[in-house]
Design a protein around this ligand. Structure first.
Ligand code: PGA
Length: 254
C-alpha cells in the first residue's frame, strides 16, 4: 500500500501510519470489511464524530457495489447525548442513520443504540449495560478526543468503568460544538460505554487523524496507562490496532 508510511507492532499493539486521513480511513474500513466477511454475524462496536465518516462512506460504497452484506451483523454504539432523541439531528442515533445505517443493509433489530431521550436515563444506562453484558463485541471502532477520551470516557475515568451517565468536559463541549447541526449548545451529559466495556472487545481499532490529535496520540501510545488520558488504557488490551495519519502521528518518537 503506497500510502502506508510506517508499520510497527509489539506483542499487543499494531501501529500503522498513513500519508493521509483518507488512506488511514480506508485501511480501517478494509479491516471492518474483512471482519464481517470472515464472520457475517460479527458484533461491531461503532463510534461517531468527524473521524469515522470516511470509514462509513467506504462501507456504504461496499454495500452499494455488492461487495458485502451487513444484514447479519450486530452493532453497539459507544455513546449518546442525554436529552436527544433519535429523531434529533444532533443525536448520535441520527448521525448513524445519516452516515451508515440508512444507506446499508444493517438489520434494525440488530442495531443497538442508547436512547438519549429515555424517561429515566439511569434505567437506560442499566438497560444498555445489560445488553452489552449479554454480548461479546468482536471489533470495536474508536476515535479519540483531543483530551484522550474514548467514547465519552473523559480524563479521570477509571479502567473498570462500565456504562454510565457522565458529565462532558469543557474541552469536549468546545470540540463538539462545531459539529452540531441544530442545537446551540452541546448537551452537558451523555451515556457512554465504560473503559471496561471497551476493553472487553476481542479487537480494538482506533483511528486518529489531524494535528489536533497528535498530543493525545503521543500520550496514549507512549505514556503508561493512566486516568488522565483514557486512551492510554488501551495498551493493557492484547489486540489493539492504531490507524493514524501522518499529522496525528507527528509527535510520536520512532
Ligand atoms: P472527532 O471526535 O472524530 O469528531 O474528532 C472523536 C471523539 O471525540 O472521540
Amino acid at each position: 500500500m503506497n500510502d502506508l508510511l510506517l508499520k510497527q507492532s509489539n506483542n499487543s499493539a499494531k501501529i500503522e501510519v498513513f500519508a493521509t486521513a483518507q488512506a488511514a480511513s480506508e485501511a480501517v474500513a478494509d479491516r471492518i470489511l474483512a471482519t464481517v466477511r470472515s464472520n457475517p454475524k460479527a458484533v461491531l462496536g461503532l463510534a461517531t464524530g468527524q473521524t469515522p465518516r470516511r470509514v462509513y462512506a467506504k462501507l456504504v460504497d461496499a454495500v452499494k457495489n455488492g461487495q458485502i452484506s451487513f444484514s447479519e451483523a450486530t452493532t453497539f454504539n459507544l455513546d449518546e447525548y442525554c436529552g436527544l432523541s433519535a429523531s434529533h439531528a444532533d443525536s448520535f442515533a441520527a448521525y448513524m442513520q445519516r452516515e451508515l445505517f440508512a444507506a446499508t443493509d444493517f438489520d434494525g433489530d440488530k442495531i443497538n443504540l442508547i436512547d438519549g431521550a429515555a424517561p429515566d436515563m439511569h434505567a437506560e444506562a442499566k438497560r444498555y449495560a445489560q445488553l452489552l453484558a449479554a454480548s461479546q463485541i468482536d471489533l470495536q471502532l474508536l476515535g479519540i478526543g483531543t483530551n484522550g477520551h474514548i467514547g465519552f470516557n473523559e480524563p479521570g475515568s477509571s479502567s473498570d468503568s462500565r456504562v454510565r451517565i457522565v458529565e462532558l468536559s469543557e474541552e469536549t463541549l468546545n470540540a463538539n460544538q462545531p459539529t452540531l447541526i441544530e442545537l446551540e449548545e452541546v448537551p452537558g451529559k451523555a451515556i457512554t460505554m465504560g473503559i471496561a466495556d471497551i476493553l472487553g472487545a476481542r479487537e480494538i481499532i482506533i483511528l486518529a487523524t489531524g494535528a489536533a490529535k497528535a498530543e493525545a496520540m503521543r500520550r496514549s501510545i507512549e505514556d503508561l496507562p493512566h486516568a488522565a488520558c483514557p486512551a492510554s488504557y488501551l495498551s493493557s488490551h492484547g489486540n489493539v490496532h492504531w490507524f493514524l495519519d501522518a499529522d496525528s502521528a507527528a509527535l510520536l518518537s520512532k
